[in-house]
Design a protein around this ligand. Structure first.
Ligand code: HSE
Length: 306
């Protein structure tokens, strides 16, 4: 195989109570990438359409992720990458993760799959380090593996894939402002209280348990975040109103998608998820901020070869 074309999906990180440890993969929102073998060694980004992003390998998240992978193999050829970006950088649905994860996934395929999907995660995390200053895995892991992923441990890296209940749908509203992950991380407190930790642990355990037992009410009760959301929500216009609108329209729960500004909601059933999308959209229509709305099933498979 000399060339591969693939779909690299958007993802929702944190999922309220799982800051840096939980993420889920979306189905119908994502980038397309073409990766080719070349005679020249190394990796070149030859084209990016849709967004204005750096082509220089060392400044591009896909380039940096592939360089990390190439350090672990001995080959006498290289790769070039074309990226068609549909996910805006700074949107909160894993734009950098889609590029990083897609690039290492495609290169691994062209190499004959020397690495498992789990083994690709640390390479893709190097793209996240470049994008946000922190090599978090809660977008790249669900992009690569699909479904929900729990980062049980970063050191050593231990990732658990958790299937989503069949009728679980995500709604994402993206108000068209940019929030850089590095900025959204810098507003966070570095210490949390014992009481906050107890609350967060209860909710994370509840959410995971709800996913395994398909208990939608338990999932809803667990979608709370007392550690991150209070600080980040002030960066997102109308956050409280959009969240309230989602819950009133029947969402199980709602919160900030990744580092924002996108806001997500989880619902039981597509119909409710669409109604939730309309309700959240209305909040932004009323104040004349442009927005996108996505309704998606949880993507069980992650990156897809086209
Ligand atoms: N866990 C990361 C954060 C995700 O919240 O900063 C960024 O998409």
């Amino acid at each position: 195989m000399k060339e591969i074309k693939l779909f690299a999906p958007a993802t929702i990180a944190n999922v309220s109570c799982g800051f840096d440890v939980l993420g889920l993969c979306l189905d119908n929102v994502g980038d397309e990438m073409i990766i080719r073998k070349t005679n020249d060694k190394g990796v070149k980004i030859t084209k990016i359409s849709g967004q204005n992003l750096p082509l220089e390998t060392e400044k591009n998240v896909a380039g940096v992720a592939v360089l990390a992978l190439l350090e672990k193999v001995t080959i006498d050829y290289g790769f070039e990458i074309e990226i068609s970006k549909n996910i805006k950088p700074g949107s909160g649905i894993g734009s950098s993760a889609a590029s990083s994860a897609g690039a290492v996934f495609g290169v691994n395929k062209l190499l004959g799959e020397p690495f498992s999907l789990q083994e690709l995660v640390p390479f893709a995390m190097e793209g996240e380090r470049l994008a946000s200053g922190t090599a978090h895995a809660d977008n790249v892991a669900p992009a690569l593996l699909g479904s929900f992923t729990l980062i049980r441990s970063y050191n050593p890296l231990d990732i658990v894939k958790i299937d989503a209940p069949k009728e679980l749908y995500a709604t994402v509203v993206h108000p068209q402002i940019e929030v850089k992950t590095s900025d959204a991380r810098s507003v966070l407190k570095q210490t949390v209280s014992l009481q906050q930790t107890v609350t967060q642990l209860g909710n994370l355990g509840g959410l995971i348990s709800g996913l395994y037992t398909e208990d939608y009410e338990l999932i809803g009760r667990s979608l709370h975040d007392e550690i991150v959301e209070p600080y980040r929500s002030i960066l997102i216009p109308e956050f409280e109103n959009a969240k309230k609108a989602a819950l009133e329209a029947g969402a199980l729960g709602s919160g900030i998608s990744g580092s924002g500004p996108s806001i997500f909601a989880l619902s039981k059933g597509k119909e409710t998820a669409e109604k939730v999308g309309r309700a959240m959209a209305l909040v932004y229509k009323n104040i004349e901020i442009d927005f996108d709305v996505h309704v998606s099933k949880v993507n069980a498979n992650g990156i897809k070869v086209l």
